[in-house]
Ligand binder design. Structure first.
Ligand code: ACO
Length: 325
């Protein structure tokens, strides 16, 4: 009998401090940076984001999301034999945030590692967990996206600092004889490293180079729309499905205009697209599991439905996962 992987639980967590556009605009104005709610809403669809308090790390956000995912799966941390954390804002240079999270969960001995694929991190991590479960290398996985992008934002750069937020989302994936994950499709093209990066590096006890996020927004926008369409089509093809089989599209929550263009290209109504970018901003690797969990908990997404998850981000990386919940 073929061995598949299925999602059996979802969870998410947002830090308490919520800034509306008006809050952020006022804070930036006090630093001499001019922006407006109108500009942010019109260009991005973002209305609010959450920022973590000092001393809180990605593993802390991931821990709360993981506990909720485990509770919804009816599992304890001891049941988990694989933890993958997708993050570009790890707690430390090393060890991995996944190992730190494993310790905070009190679950010892299973495999644990991070995946660094920026905003595509969660679909990368899910694809790895699916492959490991299918081959028998793991049986029950906790896959987490956790980010504190507020720590790497340049609050003097209005073209980027209004776009991002902090948060975490998690899923439990388990071996099953019924298909959950149907197909996935991952890609990267390293020639685009410079259009979205945090170029600094640690050396000799200090950070050398710029430790803050740099982005050529228009270049990212153009690439994102094309690759999100091609990854979705390739994934559908691998699974022997068509756009008509998709109940819900859950794209990386970066910009409402990217999501609208992707939906248009896939001939999907926006009624079939889960949108949380308005409330969360771009939470990078956390955005897809945050959107998934909020839609599951609100009752929008129901068991048995077919979901297309899509990530795109720095690297340049992109990918998609098609699954039955
Ligand atoms: N407030 C007010 N004005 C602003 C702001 C701001 N916050 N930011 C830029 N502007 C101004 C610019 O200075 C420019 O002014 P000018 O015309 O006088 O020169 C004008 O607005 C237009 O700027 P553009 O950069 O052309 O704006 P655009 O419509 O391209 O929107 C944006 C910018 C929102 C960044 C868009 O390009 C975008 O969303 N790109 C994709 C980003 C993305 O999806 N990233 C995902 C990957 S994230 C990851 O992997 C970590």
């Amino acid at each position: 009998m073929k061995r598949y992987s299925r999602i059996t639980g979802t969870g998410s967590f947002l830090p308490a401090r919520r800034l509306t556009n008006a809050d952020l605009v006022a804070e930036l104005a006090s630093q001499g940076i001019e922006t407006s709610d109108e500009w942010i809403v019109e260009r991005t669809g973002i209305r609010a984001r959450h920022f973590a308090a000092d001393g809180v790390f990605s593993s802390d956000l991931g821990l709360e999301a993981a506990k909720r995912a485990l509770a919804s799966a009816g599992r304890s941390a001891q049941d988990i034999d694989l933890i993958i954390v997708a993050t570009s804002t790890p707690d430390m240079v090393f060890p991995s945030t996944a190992c730190i999270l494993q310790n905070k969960l009190g679950a010892h001995g299973g495999a644990a590692f991070d995946v660094q694929a920026v905003c595509s991190g969660f679909v990368y991590a899910m694809t790895i967990a699916d492959a490991m479960i299918q081959t028998g290398a793991a049986t029950r996985a906790l896959v987490v996206g956790a980010e504190i992008f507020s720590r790497i934002l340049d609050f003097k750069d209005r073209t980027t600092c209004v776009l991002f937020g902090d948060g975490a989302g998690a899923i439990v994936m388990e071996a099953s004889d019924r298909p959950g994950i149907l197909a996935s499709d991952l890609h990267a093209d390293g020639k685009y490293v410079d259009i979205l990066c945090v170029p600094g590096h640690v050396s000799g006890g200090s950070v050398l180079g710029d430790p803050l996020l740099k982005m050529d927004g228009q270049a990212v926008f153009k690439l994102a729309v094309g690759v999100l369409e091609s990854a979705a089509r390739a994934t559908l093809y691998k699974a022997g499905k068509t756009e008509a089989d998709i109940d819900w599209l859950i794209p990386h929550q970066a910009n409402i205009r990217i999501m609208q263009s992707t939906a248009r290209r896939l001939k999907l109504s926006m009624d079939k697209v889960i949108v949380t970018v308005d409330q969360h901003g771009n939470t990078s690797a956390a955005s897809i599991p945050l959107a998934l969990d909020s839609a599951v908990r609100s009752g929008q997404i129901k068991e048995g439905q077919t979901l297309m998850l899509e990530g795109v981000g720095g690297g340049f990386t992109w990918g998609a996962v098609l699954l039955i919940l």
